[in-house]
Write a protein that binds this ligand. Sequence first.
Ligand code: GUN
Length: 290
Amino acid sequence: MQLLDGKATSEAIRQELMKAVQKRRENGQKIPHLAAVIVGNDGGSLTYVGAKVRACQEIGFDSTLIQLPEELSEEALLQKVEELNNNPQIDGFIVQLPLPKHMDEKKVTLAIDPKKDVDGFHPLNLGNMVLDLPGFLPATPAGMLELFKRYNIETSGKHCVVIGRSHIVGSPMSIMMGRNASPGNCTVTLTHSRTKNLKEITLQADIIITAIGKPGFLTADMVKEGTVVMDVGITRVADATRKSGYKLYGDVDFENVAPKCSYITPVPGGVGPMTIVSLMMNTLKAMELK
Ligand code: GUN
């Protein structure tokens, strides 16, 4: 079993990005600038956005964190999005999800200029992905593709089972793994809460990608020997013995599944850090395309 070390891989990519920024600085060129919008005080979201902004600072990107109150109106948020669309200093921006219940996430996503949509959530970018046209790939699936690439894992002709059909991970990942591309060229099965006989399906998988947010959901009896497992789940479970007060769990019963795998991502330190560098790569690309 080999660990897919997202932390080390993302660190290598950060070094590459740092060099690219340094070169731009030396040549007097513009430095990539990412803005992140967060509405409300959700602990998980604040942690993720904080990590994104910190990553910008470490790499040498410019960054702006825009923290807005929970009770903000949808109209005011849309106005902020429009401001960012029109601000020539900002190359790309994200609006952290989920948004408060009184806001329509689809409406907000649609308002983002696709050229600045470094999350790759806008329908234009998702459509470009389906058609193999240039655009921004969603950060988490793109980060997983990068792991397949950097660990030289063969995907062509393999059976890839994706568990979870979210708009930001499961659905786009199922499409990306089935494209005529490398990594890609898989036979893909997209499973979800209504899937019958899930275990029968996962036992046929060469690659399993879990993205449902249910700690320990994928157990050893669901996995055949030699499977590649990527775990996107990251759930906080209260743990009084820890300073933070919680422990992070993936969707995979890691302890029992890992010995059966050829490759597996840990949680934390697997897919999570790759999502952040994908976002940085998309931001650099957004600036270069301008
Ligand atoms: N919420 C969970 N993951 C993400 C992400 O990658 N981007 C945004 N904007 N919100 C998220």
